[in-house]
Design a protein around this ligand. Structure first.
Ligand SMILES: Nc1ncnc2c1ncn2[C@@H]1O[C@H](COP(=O)(O)OP(=O)(O)O)[C@@H](O)[C@H]1O
Ligand SMILES: NC(=O)OP(=O)(O)O
Length: 310
């Protein structure tokens, strides 16, 4: 039996509510399978495409005098509710079907970041949909948004992505886990908040990388394993080139060397590798796996995915 944090990538969750629900229903079968094997599962998820879509929709309504503007922390909170709802419903249905008596709880999670994080001056987190270079340049001029190329897939709006420092609701997460609940926490990397000297917290415009928050969550709940589910079965060397090569298992030294060689794209694979490195090096006998959503069963059985060890 292992204590596992499973992080679902925002880009791997489909492009519409219908697509997302179908994907999540499938993933729920694997998650319930892992729970029936005795594993203690905690779930986190990304929100890049979803938080971008929510923000775009709200901005559109606002620009057409049909509603107020919605800042990013509020959009992040909505994305936690939207994705958490699908996960909570699908997994609860699956657990009930398998007569497993565990409740699934989505916890709105705030994550503290630092006001002087250099990320606020250098936005890197891709959100929303993909655009052509021409479309991106046009929107950049019209709206003052910043766009960057995203791992060969097109151009996306980028916003600040500060490092997660502290999960505000971590005690509640631990209490819920210890009381036999499956917890969905840290959705979209958590809602970014700043803490004042008096201890008050308030939202700040950013989207935290969910891989980094998931590693923090896994460390905080003292998990054995961190599984990051994305759109690719393996992490590759020379990704996208004719000689790309799947990485089966790497240790922290090899991972650091590959980072030096710039094998992993900033804003997509790099934060995943760095998050896995943080998690495995901060504790004993820890393992991280990166694979695709549909390969969760095989990854749990150690049959696929890129395994990262200390
Ligand atoms: N070396 C690499 N190996 C595999 N995938 C890579 C690599 N470098 C960049 N990628 C890209 O990173 C993507 C995963 O990052 P991203 O889409 O941000 O994940 P998610 O939204 O699922 O968290 C892959 O689908 C792939 O397009
Ligand atoms: N917040 C976040 O990291 O989302 P993605 O997994 O969609 O990039």
């Amino acid at each position: 039996m292992a204590k596992i944090v499973i992080a679902l990538g925002g880009n791997a969750l489909g492009k519409s509510p219908e697509e997302q629900l179908n994907l999540v229903k499938n993933t729920a079968k694997s998650l319930a399978g892992a729970i029936s094997q005795g594993h203690k599962i905690t779930i986190s998820h990304g929100n890049g495409p979803q938080v971008g879509a929510i923000n775009l929709g709200m901005n559109y309504a606002n620009e057409h005098n049909q509603g107020p503007a919605f800042p990013f922390p509020e959009c992040g909170a909505m994305s936690q509710g939207y994705i958490g709802y699908h996960l909570q419903q699908s997994l609860q249905n699956e657990l009930n079907r398998q007569n497993i008596t565990q409740d699934v709880v989505t916890l709105i999670t705030q994550v503290e970041v630092e006001a002087d994080d250099p990320a606020f001056k250098n936005p890197t987190k891709p959100i929303g949909t993909f655009y052509s270079k021409k479309q991106a340049e046009k929107i950049e001029k019209e709206k003052n948004y910043i766009f960057k190329e995203d791992a060969g897939r097109g151009y996306r709006q980028v916003i600040a992505s500060p490092m997660p420092k502290n999960i505000i609701e971590i005690d509640s997460v631990n209490r819920l886990i210890n009381n036999n609940n499956v917890v969905i926490a840290g959705g979209g990397g958590g809602i970014p908040v700043l803490k004042s000297e008096g201890g008050n917290i308030k939202g700040v415009s950013a989207v935290i990388d969910k891989d980094r928050s998931s590693a923090l969550l896994a460390d905080n709940i003292v998990a054995d394993k961190l599984i990051i589910l994305t759109a690719v079965e393996y992490v590759y060397m020379n990704y996208g080139k004719s000689d790309q090569e799947a990485l089966q298992e790497i240790d922290s030294k090899q991972a650091k060397d590959l980072i030096q060689e710039k094998q992993f794209a900033t804003g997509s694979m790099l934060p995943k590798i760095e998050a896995c490195l943080d998690f495995v090096t901060q504790g004993k006998d820890r393992e991280a796996i990166i694979t695709s959503l549909e390969n969760l069963d095989d990854a749990l059985a150690g049959k696929t995915g890129t395994i990262i060890k200390k």
